[in-house]
Design a protein around this ligand. Structure first.
Ligand code: DX5
Ligand code: ZN
Length: 217
């Protein structure tokens, strides 16, 4: 269905308290949980890998949406399937064979996502759409939470028309807040990742703040 989903990014959560943070955002209305995997190579930051994602699994009751900002991707696909990822998203810029990567993600039993950096045009995924369940449009240069939103509404509109009536999500990642969310939703996005906008001002001791932030987005 095409109702808007909010996927808080735990990149902005308390890293020493992931289980309670995940529980809090889900109790407060998160539709999916977005997990940013960074390798210090494809992006200039490091987060966590398959063992951590596997440890998150029993705490995520909704959908575990894993965003790989790593290269290479293919040697790790099975590890993320074993860790329990529901959706595994790879960047189209991460290698020469995204077509093969998306096939392998589906063959491993997950939904396949493909992400585009801000500088990458919509047509980079045109011939991948039949292998894709989700297109992630980056509205920041990936690597860090809390960056300024880059307007990609033209790209989102182009993707929506390229997708036609195929059941493919358009996810927006980066700088989503109460001001930018309506712009991307109007352009055709249906999954909104939000890190700092959801976690700011809150904690597991006052989870209502997360709820208010999720509603505001
Ligand atoms: C950026 C990550 C995002 C990030 C978004 O590289 O992919 O998911 O957590 O954070 P905000 O919402 O703070 O821009
Ligand atoms: Zn992300």
């Amino acid at each position: 269905d095409r109702s808007i989903k909010i996927a808080p990014s735990i990149l902005s959560a308390d890293f020493a308290n992931f289980s309670a943070e995940i529980q809090a955002i889900e109790a407060q209305g998160a539709d999916w949980v977005h997990i940013d995997v960074m390798d210090g190579h494809f992006v200039p930051n490091l987060t966590f890998g398959p063992p951590a994602v596997k440890a998150f699994r029993p705490h995520v009751k909704t959908v575990m949406d894993v965003h790989l900002m790593i290269t290479p991707v293919d040697p790790y696909i099975q590890a993320y399937a074993d860790a329990g990822a529901d959706i595994l998203t790879a960047h189209v810029e991460a290698g020469a064979h995204t077509h093969r990567t998306l096939q392998a993600i589906r063959a491993a039993g997950m939904k396949a996502g493909v992400a585009l950096n801000p500088g990458t045009p919509a047509y980079a995924v045109e011939h991948l759409l039949d292998l894709t369940d989700l297109v992630c449009v980056m509205t920041v240069n990936p690597g860090f939470g809390g960056q300024k939103f880059i307007d990609m509404t033209n790209k989102i509109r182009k993707l929506r028309s390229m997708i036609g009536d195929r059941p493919i999500h358009i996810e927006i990642d980066g700088g989503v807040d109460p001001k930018t969310a309506p712009l991307v939703a109007a352009a055709g996005a249906d999954v909104l990742v939000a890190g700092s906008a959801v976690f700011k001002g809150g904690s597991v001791d006052n989870p209502e703040v997360y709820g208010a932030n999720i509603k505001a987005v």
